[in-house]
Design a protein around this ligand. Sequence first.
Ligand code: NAP
Length: 110
Amino acid sequence: MASIQNQIVFITGASSGIGAACAQAFAQAGAQLILAARRLDRLEKLAEDLAKSGCQTYLLQLDVRDRPQVESTLAALPAPWSAVDILVNNAGLSRGLDKLHEGRVQDWEE
Ligand SMILES: NC(=O)c1ccc[n+]([C@@H]2O[C@H](COP(=O)([O-])OP(=O)(O)OC[C@H]3O[C@@H](n4cnc5c(N)ncnc54)[C@H](OP(=O)(O)O)[C@@H]3O)[C@@H](O)[C@H]2O)c1
């Protein structure tokens, strides 16, 4: 299996739940993390905890429903953070339960 040591992992919805748990797991595996969510205070607390084990983080206060903001934020990522290896596209709420190819894009954005 490929090592994720020093890989850059971008996690949306990292301020709680599954996203925060993924952040802990990837940090333990030696990855560097871009953590995104709307609640910056929660991201800062998480980053503080992860830093204790040597994990480097880059925080983004981001609303994934705001497409222009998402595009401009991603375009402005500085090196080396712009070279994302793994995306955990986790932010959101469960809306549509259709099959992926039959669903509405809006179910993933709203
Ligand atoms: N838990 C389950 O059993 C389950 C089952 C099926 C699918 N899922 C999916 O798994 C994902 C995480 O679920 P969870 O249980 O961990 O939920 P959660 O604890 O409520 O976490 C949701 C995360 O998404 C972020 N988020 C929500 N809306 C956002 C927005 N507009 N822009 C940016 N970030 C946003 C929240 O951060 P902020 O509020 O700080 O922005 C939070 O970090 C969701 O997409 C959910 O649909 C969960």
